[in-house]
Design a protein around this ligand. Structure first.
Ligand code: C2E
Ligand code: MG
Ligand code: MG
Ligand code: MG
Length: 292
């Protein structure tokens, strides 16, 4: 009996594995075409100054509009290609599109805004990244300061020496760097001190609990203080309510991002809002705070 149970477990397991392998293969094989056919689309989520609400920039978040499978969110395909060459193709594409956007924003009278691009560790540590960024900046005639690269804490801590070299080279070009999802990895504070990043992004799992007065709230307080001591600014991700925004602002967290301000928007919607707020430069909080 144990044997047959074992066998059937094995079957379930292997079919699941087959499915995953197929999925990964499908993604790797179709990503090139997806890029050429513009199925990969950048959505933008505003990042605002706290407490003023002044617009400071956007994070580019990718979506895949697949002709047969419909909308695929990044969490459902990025992890599958993160260790293959495809992730570099995707990343280079996002850098190109983000640079084009910076140029468009500049022409529309918003030269002060930046675009943040998410990069996987493999891409961040790839020797060619610097050249790609330099090329796009030159091609679009934009300032490198208008681009911000986000890398996760986890990915820089696994290969600290290489990450440090990559950051230094990018910083020399003028590009800014953020450590994403901070608090979810295991970085040692002494490493953090050595890394020449500009912004620390507090992961939204902490933001969610900023009002509870317990562990996560204390972690936020400590992280903000630590970042300030190192001369860095802090972005709180995943702000969903006015109370969270106020609480973070009171702790002198400089920047905020989340559904409370806006969900990620397509580019047309962004430019529509920008026209409406040309005078005030304050991002409108148009929607009611959304419950989780
Ligand atoms: P991330 O960089 O930490 O991005 C933040 C994620 O949180 C986004 O999910 C965003 O839509 C979501 N979010 C923002 N505000 C709120 C909020 O108030 N509440 C909640 N519950 N969620 C919020 P999304 O767009 O699904 O992206 C997921 C992850 O996929 C990103 O996490 C990033 O790691 C990755 N990703 C997205 N675009 C790219 C890309 O172009 N390249 C790479 N390598 N990774 C990307
Ligand atoms: Mg990010
Ligand atoms: Mg994040
Ligand atoms: Mg995240």
């Amino acid at each position: 009996q144990a044997k047959s149970a074992g066998r059937s477990n094995y079957r379930v397991f292997s079919e699941e594995m087959l499915h995953q392998a197929n999925n990964r293969l499908m993604i790797e094989q179709s990503i090139g075409a997806a890029i050429n056919e513009e199925q990969l689309v950048l959505f933008l989520q505003p990042i605002v100054e706290l407490p003023s609400g002044r617009l400071r920039g956007f994070e580019a978040l990718i979506r895949w509009f697949h002709p047969e499978r419909g909308l695929i969110m990044p969490g459902d395909f990025i992890p599958d290609i993160e260790h293959s060459e495809a992730i570099i193709e995707v990343g280079n594409y996002v850098i190109r599109k983000a640079s084009e956007l910076v140029a468009q924003l500049k022409s529309a009278g918003w030269p002060e805004l930046y675009i943040a691009v998410n990069l996987s560790a493999k891409h961040f540590l790839a020797p060619d990244l610097l050249n790609v960024v330099r090329q796009e900046v030159e091609a679009q005639q934009i300032s490198a300061q208008s681009l911000l690269l986000e890398v996760t804490e986890e990915s820089v801590i696994e290969q600290v020496e290489q990450a440090m070299a990559a950051m230094a080279a990018l910083k020399a070009l003028g590009v800014r760097i953020a450590i994403d999802d901070f608090g979810t990895g295991y970085s040692s504070l002494s490493y953090l001190k050595q890394l020449p990043f500009d912004l620390l992004k507090i992961d939204r799992c902490f933001t969610a609990n900023v009002l509870d007065g317990e562990a996560d709230a204390h972690i936020i307080t400590t992280v903000i203080e630590l970042a300030h001591n190192l001369g860095r600014q802090v972005v709180a991700e995943g702000i969903e309510t006015q109370q969270q925004a106020e609480c973070l602002s009171c702790q002198r967290c400089e920047l905020g991002q989340g559904y409370y301000f806006s969900r990620p928007l397509d580019v047309a919607s962004v430019f529509k809002v920008l026209q409406e707020i040309e005078e005030t430069r304050l991002w409108p909080i148009s929607q009611a705070p959304q419950p989780k």
